[in-house]
Structure formats: C-alpha cells, structure tokens
Design a protein around this ligand. Structure first.
Ligand SMILES: Cc1cc2nc3c(=O)[nH]c(=O)nc-3n(C[C@H](O)[C@H](O)[C@H](O)COP(=O)(O)OP(=O)(O)OC[C@H]3O[C@@H](n4cnc5c(N)ncnc54)[C@H](O)[C@@H]3O)c2cc1C
Length: 395
C-alpha cells in the first residue's frame, strides 16, 4: 500500500491513506500525469476557444491505455477497480479544463455497457470505447424532463425486429462528438412511469438521429454540450441495452457512480483552486510583504483548506465504501451536494483573495470559478440530492 500525496497539496503531511492504492495505481497516476502535461494542458486555452476538444486526443488517450480502466480483460481492458476512476478525476482536474470528458466516457457511460450489455454489444463496442475510436454519451435529459426521469417523453415503439425512437434530448455532454449514445426512452407498450423506460444504443450515422445546436454555456467551454433529435430513428431490437422496462432501475443504479465521480471532480477542483491561491498569496507582495503574512488572508486560507480536507476525507471514504459494495445512497447524495457547494464557496472566496488578478478571463481561477458553478446542477441537482437522502433516511 502506498500513502497517496494529493497533488493539490505539496506537503507530505497532507497525505491521506484512506484509499488502498497500490504500486500499479501510482504507476498509472504517474504515467497519466505525464501524458496530460504533454498532450492536454498545453492545448487547454485553444480548446476552450474552440468550444470542443479534437477527436485525436480521445484516440491518444485510448492508445496510451487511459480510457475505461474497469473494462474486463476479455474485451481488452485492464479490469481495474474504481480507484482508477478517482485517479483519473484528480489528474484531469490538474489540466485546468473540463472539456475532455474522459471520466464521463470511462466511468459513467461505458459502465452501462459493461454491466448491462449483451455479449454481442460488448464485443461490438467495448474495444472501440477502450481505444478512443468510439466516444460515448448518455442522453437522459429532455426539454421537459431532467430531475424527474419518470417523466421522459422520448418514445420507443417496437416494429418487428426494430425499434423506432422519437424525441428530443438536451444538455447532452459529448453530444456532437459522440459515436455511440445511450438513449433513455419510454416504451410505447408499457404503461408505467418507472417500469416503462428502456435504454437504447444509437450509433452515429443512424438515419433519423441528428444533432442540434452546440449549447453555449457560462463554463465548461471546451466541452461540447448539445441537443440530440430522434425522428423516426429506426434501430435494431438488438440495440436495446438490458431488460425492457428496466431503464429507470439501471439509471438509478449507475447514477450513484456518476454522483461519486461528480463529487470527486468537485473536491479535486477545490484542491487545485487552493493550490493556485496559496501559491499566489505566498508569492505576491503588497506593501513590502507577502499577502499570506496578513492574518486575514491566513485565516481565510486555513478555513478554506479545512473545508477542502473535509471534502477529501468524505469522498475518499465514500469511494472506499463504494468499492466494497456498501449501500451508500445517502452518503453519495450528501457528498454530491456538499462537495459541489464547497467547491463553489472555495472558488468564490479565492477569487476575492486574488482580487483583480483572477478577473482576467484566461486566468485559471476565473475558468475554475465558471466551471465549478455547474457542478451543483448536473448529475442530479443538489435539491434532488437532498430529497433522495431525506427519502432514504425515511424522514
Ligand atoms: C453542462 C451540463 C452537462 C450535462 N450533461 C448531461 C448529459 O450528458 N446527459 C444528460 O442526460 N443530461 C445532462 N445534463 C442535464 C442535467 O443532468 C440536468 O440539467 C439536471 O438533471 C436538471 O434537470 P433539468 O435541467 O430538467 O432541471 P429541472 O428538473 O427542471 O430543475 C430546475 C430547478 O428545479 C429544481 N427541482 C426540480 N425538481 C425538484 C424537486 N422535486 N424538489 C426540489 N427542487 C426541484 C431543481 O433542483 C432546479 O433547481 C447536463 C447539464 C449541464 C448543465
């Protein structure tokens, strides 16, 4: 077991060893960090301006073995545990951009295929997901249904050995780049809000599947977020993922991991923000002395670091429990809401500490401030998180 030093903190004393990382995990972290420093970080500003990332970076990540770490060996994967997801989320946050949605692909979308896919679907898609030839997306949200997934209106009608999809999805990450999208739809012949939804696999190029606008957002500029349209989109019946009518149950299961990944991203972002802020406050001189020599600045940093460390301890323990298969619905909902609110508080206060220096649009803290804002909204809003926790606590 290797004690892990979080990259957001420079002192070894900051190391925590809640997560049972091995030499293999640490070697993965080192290689990934070097790869991202070479292939991603230098291009971050350009990709933010482009409002997307190039397809080539997905292939490079895949070829280097940094995608879909948990895919079984039988399909060419590493069959790694969820700690690789934690490492990916942390190291991606060091790049300073969120547009390369590797965690979404590897630890949120592809796990649906691995868990619920037929043997044929796994053989058809998993090798491409690993190599980066296939970029994935998941389309749940609609103009009239996001929090309330039971209210989805996209319709799936069986016709012989095909299924015809009709409906509109919105706010879909990787929406423009994706080669394969998992679509949540209501089965026309099942009349049940929860046991009437199924998941379908739709490939790029399928007739009736079109993309809409690239949605301009206040943050996450390099991530393509788009509308998707399904108009008499006919797919083979064999493209249904898992059991008919079990879509809601599959989403409820996998949304847990999505929320843990979101919380990991929030804590990692807060750590990065603190690192930049401490660097600035110790290096920047006002009136002949470093900013960090002012008691007000010291207190602010100590208070913020305390919050970040609480978040780190919480998410690491939750990750360990998730890996052990414990029931963590309440803790996941709490972690998703608390860590994302914490990251927003940290970004806001650090912006004040840096003052005008962080006001430049291209400053990493300005970008982080914009980017953390959405974290309380996606993967289930924080109001919904509190509602789930309250329900499971039988309040
Ligand atoms: C950048 C970005 C990327 C995204 N990526 C994806 C993606 O890849 N795939 C995908 O399917 N979706 C994606 N989404 C959509 C996201 O998951 C939804 O926006 C989110 O779940 C909220 O749903 P909604 O938009 O329908 O909002 P609504 O459900 O309409 O919520 C509006 C407000 O009402 C509140 N509210 C709703 N219901 C309740 C309730 N019962 N109790 C209390 N308050 C309530 C909400 O908390 C919120 O404040 C993304 C969104 C963004 C912004």
């Amino acid at each position: 077991m290797v004690a892990h030093v979080h990259p957001g903190f420079k002192s070894k004393e900051a190391a925590m060893d809640i997560l049972p990382t091995t030499e293999d995990h640490e070697a993965f972290r080192t290689q990934l960090r070097e790869f991202l420093a070479r292939e991603v970080t230098p291009y971050a500003d350009q990709w933010e301006k482009d409002r997307t990332v190039p397809r080539s970076i997905w292939r490079k990540m895949g070829q280097a073995g940094f995608l879909c770490m948990d895919v079984p060996r039988a399909y060419g994967g590493r069959e790694g545990d969820f700690l690789y997801a934690a490492i990916l989320a942390e190291e991606m946050s060091c790049t300073g951009i969120n547009g390369l949605a590797a965690s979404l692909h590897s630890d949120i979308v592809v796990p649906y295929l691995t868990a619920f896919g037929s043997e044929d679907q796994k053989r058809r898609y998993l090798p491409g997901c690993l190599s980066g030839e296939i970029v994935t997306a998941i389309a749940m949200t609609e103009p009239g249904a996001g929090s309330d997934l039971a209210g989805l209106a996209t319709l799936a009608e069986e016709d012989g050995d095909t299924v015809v999809l009709n409906g509109t999805k919105t706010f879909i990450s990787n929406g423009l780049l994706c080669d394969l999208v998992i679509v949540a739809a209501r089965d026309a012949d099942l009349d049940n809000p929860h046991l009437g939804l199924s998941l379908y696999l739709v490939e790029d190029g399928t007739q009736g599947f079109t993309r809409g606008r690239h949605l301009e957002k206040m943050g996450w500029h390099s991530q393509d977020t788009a509308e998707l349209f399904f108009t008499n989109c006919r797919i083979p019946m064999a493209n249904r993922l898992g059991t008919k009518g079990y879509g809601f149950i599959m989403m409820m299961e996998k949304l847990q991991q999505e929320r843990i990944v979101a919380a990991m991203g929030a804590v990692a972002a807060a750590e990065r923000i603190m690192e930049w802020t401490i660097d600035f406050c110790t290096g920047h001189r006002e009136g002949g002395q470093a900013l960090s020599k002012h008691q007000a600045v010291q207190f602010a940093i100590v208070e913020l670091l305390t919050e970040v460390k609480l978040g780190r301890t919480f998410i690491d323990k939750l990750t360990a429990d998730h890996i052990e298969g414990r029931k963590v619905v309440v803790e996941t909902s709490m972690a998703k809401y608390w860590t994302t609110e914490m990251a927003k508080r940290v970004a806001d206060r650090c912006l004040d500490l840096l003052g005008p220096h962080a006001m430049r649009d291209d400053h990493p803290l300005a970008r982080a401030f914009r980017d953390v804002r959405v974290m309380s909204i996606f993967a289930g809003t924080n109001e919904i998180m509190k509602g789930i926790a309250a329900r499971f606590l039988r309040l």
